[in-house]
Design a protein around this ligand. Structure first.
Ligand SMILES: Nc1ncnc2c1ncn2[C@@H]1O[C@H](COP(=O)(O)OP(=O)(O)OP(=O)(O)O)[C@@H](O)[C@H]1O
Ligand SMILES: [Mg+2]
Length: 597
């Protein structure tokens, strides 16, 4: 297993920070009313914090200087009231904002999930599940901060900084200049940190995604890992990827943590300069003691948001790379989608035709694999076709094309004469029943799993389907019958039982065209008979393509297609092919001998 395949970092286009931000802000639109509330609360809080130092100045210069204790007391009472209001307003602002941002996250997560469901097989072929998971979970989560902080932190902080600056200069320009002495130093530093930071965090996200992909795959394949005794090896590989992630994180922190010392130093320098100038010019007509005290407050009020802002920018930059990845998913177009003028496929009889069909996987990449070359055939309604042939010949590919999971490069595939490319995909797949080699069992009851084939199926329909495929008896023997909870991936069920449940699921949907990609796994004779009966019930009365490894299934087929070398090497009824003594005959004899021997 190559750990390096998980190391491949997904490519992400250069950040267009502005575009991403605008796109994020668009999500706020539907909350305009609440945002106005947030803004009102915000203006009030900023107002209160600006007034506070003025109260101090007045207290010192007017009331304390004149020993006016009654006035001082009244002033204190006013300060108390407005500051209680302040606390309340801040809390309100934060609550409303986290409400809004969580709602938006929910919406984006839904959007991403919904969109991923529309993507084609090719998308999933080319990325590990873990990486997709990382985007739906981690990356979307990081967006929450963008929203709540943009409004609770970014805007109020910018407004505060501007207002404080104006007041400072109105009150005294000398003190103002002195206290801003270190600002240029800070701006240049912050700019550099931000630039460096972005690329580092971007890399970190990729490492997290790689780790997530590896972890997901190995936990999903834990049974194989344990049975191959590969624990030490996978652990070492996991450790390598985790170390990668850890080191990148530390590397990011090296720059990210430069913000606060930078800002703190600038603040301290500013304070120092302000006191130096203040003490030098102290006097009743220029700088009063109250003014100096008020200024000390204003300097704090100026630097505090600046520090928060830089911290925020830091976070914002990190989260932008998350947003970028989320939007990257949302912007991925499904390769297979309805043509603009696609019509619903009417209920079909099930005549399937291939007309000069050629198909290649991964066209234009280094993995290009030509699988079908000018294949033509016609299958009549109700026929059962067995597809046989060596592994990798293209049997699964052919049946995937009938459901239009991939698009062909040339030729036409049609059902009842309707070209697949001209009908709505949903209306096509609704009439198809596809059973793959892995018989996916979902977490839920037996009933849920069967009803998956037809979500509005009644209990009667479910039981009838289960009876038809011979699954009813074993289901009734289970602890709670149809209400028995199945574990993920069907753990706790035998292969044969899993197959029977999958048969029932397909049966309940009553497809017109049935596709059965049979599992190669050998099952005992008793189950074999059970499964065989189930298959017969499924095949009756519908066009079926069965990729069969079992001779019993093959022999019952109306026709057999032997797939080899990019096409159909041989076709005909089992009897004809046996008489012909060609490719099928050899295959048959080989299997027969291996059974006998
Ligand atoms: N998703 C894919 N992307 C790229 N190549 C693929 C993909 N799926 C299959 N192939 C390639 O296409 C060829 C045909 O594969 P296919 O799965 O159709 O074979 P098969 O006849 O079903 O084999 P088996 O009997 O082992 O199931 C193989 O060479 C395989 O490597
Ligand atoms: Mg196959």
């Amino acid at each position: 297993m190559a750990v390096n395949s998980f190391r491949e970092d997904e490519k992400i286009n250069a950040t267009d920070a502005k575009k991403i931000t605008v796109r994020l802000l668009r999500y706020l639109k539907e909350y305009t009313g609440l945002i106005i509330v947030v803004f009102i609360a915000m203006f009030l809080t900023i107002g209160i914090s600006i007034v506070n130092p003025l109260l101090i100045e007045r207290a010192v210069d007017v009331h304390v200087a004149n020993a006016d204790y009654e006035g001082l007391f009244k002033l204190a009472a006013v300060a108390l009231v407005i500051n209680i209001a302040f606390v309340f307003l801040v809390k309100l602002r934060m609550y409303v904002m986290s409400y809004i941002s969580n709602k938006i996250i929910l919406r984006i997560r839904d959007e991403v999930y919904e969109h991923i469901q529309t993507l084609s097989f090719t998308y999933f072929d080319s990325r590990p599940t873990g990486k997709i998971l990382a985007r739906i979970m981690g990356d979307v989560n990081s967006l929450r901060d963008v929203f709540s902080r943009a409004v609770t932190s970014l805007i109020p902080n910018i407004l505060t900084v501007i207002t404080v600056l104006v007041i400072m200069f109105v009150k005294n320009w000398r003190l103002s200049l002195a206290s801003l002495a270190a600002l240029p130093f800070m701006v240049v530093g912050a700019f550099w940190v931000q630039k460096t930071n972005h690329s580092r965090w971007q890399l970190h996200r990729k490492k997290v995604s790689n780790l997530s992909a590896y972890t997901h795959e190995n936990i999903a394949g834990m049974r194989v890992v344990q049975s191959l005794n590969a624990e030490d090896e996978t652990r070492a590989q996991f450790n390598e990827l985790a170390k990668d992630q850890c080191n990148t994180f530390i590397w990011c922190c090296r720059v990210a943590d430069l913000y606060s010392p930078l800002a703190d130093t600038s603040w301290a320098l500013g304070m120092m300069c302000m006191y130096l100038v203040g003490v030098k010019f102290l006097g009743p007509s220029t700088i009063t003691l109250g003014l100096l005290m008020a200024f000390a407050n204003y300097v704090g009020m100026f630097w505090d948001p600046v520090i928060q802002l830089s911290g925020f920018l830091n976070q914002f930059v990190t989260n932008l790379s998350a947003a970028e990845r989320v939007f990257d998913v949302l912007d991925t177009e499904a390769e297979i989608k309805d043509a603009p003028d696609a019509a619903d496929l009417p209920p079909v009889e099930g005549r399937v035709t291939f007309d000069n069909v050629s198909f290649t996987y991964d066209v234009g990449t280094e993995n290009e694999t030509k699988v079908l070359d000018n294949v033509s055939f016609a299958v009549e309604p109700g026929e059962t076709i067995a597809l046989v042939g060596p592994t990798g010949a293209g049997k699964t590919t052919i049946v995937n094309l009938i459901s239009r999971f991939y698009d062909i490069q040339s030729g036409t595939i049609a059902i009842d004469g309707y070209d697949l490319k001209k009908v709505k995909i949903n209306s096509l797949r609704k009439q198809m029943g596809v059973m793959t080699q892995d018989n996916f069992i979902f977490h839920g009851t037996v009933r849920d799993n069967i009803a998956y084939g037809k979500l509005d199926a009644t209990d009667e329909e479910i039981i009838a389907a289960a009876k038809a495929v011979n699954a009813h008896d074993f289901i009734m023997k289970m602890e709670k019958g149809y209400d028995t909870e199945l574990k993920e991936q069907g753990a706790g069920l035998s292969i044969g039982q899993r197959q029977l449940i999958a048969f029932a699921r397909t049966m309940v949907s009553q497809p017109r065209v049935l596709i059965l990609d049979e599992a190669t796994s050998s099952i005992d004779t008793h189950t074999e008979i059970m499964v065989q009966k189930g298959i017969e019930a499924l095949l009756a009365g519908r066009t079926s393509f069965v990729i069969a490894h079992r001779l019993s299934t093959i022999q019952n087929a109306d026709r057999i297609f032997v797939i080899n070398d990019g096409g159909i090497a041989e076709a005909g009824s089992p009897k004809e092919l046996m008489a012909k003594r060609g490719a099928y005959y050899k295959l048959y004899m080989a299997q027969f001998e291996s059974l006998a021997g």
